[in-house]
Ligand binder design. Sequence first.
Ligand code: NA7
Length: 542
Amino acid sequence: ARANRIDTVDAVVVGAGFAGLYAVYKLRSLGLTVRGIETAAGVGGTWYWNRYPGARCDVESVDYSYSFSPELEQEWNWSEKYATQPEILAYINHVADRFDLRDHFLFETRVTSAELDEESLRWEVRTDRGDVLTAQYCIFATGALSTANMPNIPGRESFSGDTHHTGHWPHEGVDFTGKKVGVIGTGSSGIQSIPLIAEQADHLYVFQRSANYSVPAGNMSWDDEMRRAIKAGYAERRRLSRESGGGSPYNAHPKSALEVSEEERRAAYEERWKLGGVLFAKTFPDQTRTDAANATAREFAEQKIRRLVDDPAIAEKLIPNDHPIGTKRIVTDTHYFETYNRPNVTLVDLKETPIESITRSGITTTDTEYTLDTLVFATGFDAMTGALDRMRIVGRAGVSLAECWSEGPKTYLGVGVPGFPNMFVVTGPGSPSVLANMVLGAEQHIDWIAACIEHLWENDYDAIEATVPATDRWVEHCRELASTTLFPLANSWYMGANIPGKPRVFMPYIGGFGAYGKILAEVADEGFRGFDFCRSRTRLAD
Ligand code: NA7
């Protein structure tokens, strides 16, 4: 065990995922002393933890990668259109080494609290290893999907076989050969892992509470020629991504789904379907805005599912009936629906026969006892606020962030919170965050935070703090934007609906990545409109 650190630095960065690594890189380039803290034993964040079979990113590899270094863009060779978890983790490790970022971090260390000293306007950050760091700036790069959700199903602890959550997968992998396996959950993690587990297992039981829309990835390996073409056009690709709705170089069809002919609509859906994955939700601009437009996309996707699944009764169970398509993140799969044509795969519809309990030997539903050797929880995350809620973050007047957010998260621009001067959240609630490319989103936020810090220096201030009126207006703006869409109709993790007791609020900003970038730039140009600047009392007393 290492000795405790009692340190004074300019900035503490919590998290060593894409955001945390870039934050350390960027702040160091400003000449700040930076200490990073990370729970895991290595860098990678999401890609460190989610090692389940089939784990991939649903944003194309060349887009879901750093843009801050053109040399890095040219050097790195992605092998596939959608990168696997091991390849993304290798990339992040490469970046950590290439830019010498690793030594800034304390690994295997969890931040337990961050408390503001109101006199000095500095933060005191404590960890589970007894470290105490004081810093002027505290940057939470703790991820939007980093706190695993283990549902409290009665008897969960009594199961005698192996239990794994997809978000905490063992490094050595899991061998399912000859095993009877139960997977609970059919979100992205379930849908990505199910086809591969089915290939190995003796028998796989899929416990589905809600069916999900999923579009084949249309994944492909890339040869040198393809890579050359992408690299030659990288600058333009990034420009388009920055202006786009979702941080990838794609935009919706120029017309409404209802304005075009039946033929043109089909062709547009077919083209997006072939492109693969999550972008299907953005074929037409009004697809997640009106029921009528949404219905056209739904019908198209449902026909595809019916064609892929041999047994019509199973196909019907696999067709979602509780949310408009795209209002839960569409999954990007490889042979998911076809997996139900295998004789060793059984779909258990929990809406018909809910789980009563987990027992020593398996899962008991209202009509059957399933004997299992291994249980996989693909049950998702306490999204967007989970990691922040679990630390004791205390701002002005001893008020905690959890208290401030008891009715749902409230931020200004997804970055700042009133009462928490010099605290920044990266890709937090109130920013496009999970609705866009998280790597470009993290870079966008961190560049903006860096500009903020430079502004403080130029004007000889010690702290920046979001104002209450600007925050209230932003929260209301985000709510209004969401209310013009169908998103609030789904029981999604965007809404906090997957966590019992969590306030039902649509958490991300849904106005688009490009539009949001413009707002950030305007706010900065106007001297960080909506923020207060102040000098610390200790300095004033000097
Ligand atoms: P998700 O998308 O939150 O999926 C979790 C799944 O687990 C979903 O099907 C849930 O059903 C199911 N679930 C959760 N709790 C239970 C209980 N108690 N009983 C039965 N089923 C349950 O998480 P993922 O990890 O798949 O993906 C998260 C994101 O990561 C994804 O959107 C991508 O952006 C990357 P429900 O739908 O709530 O009925």
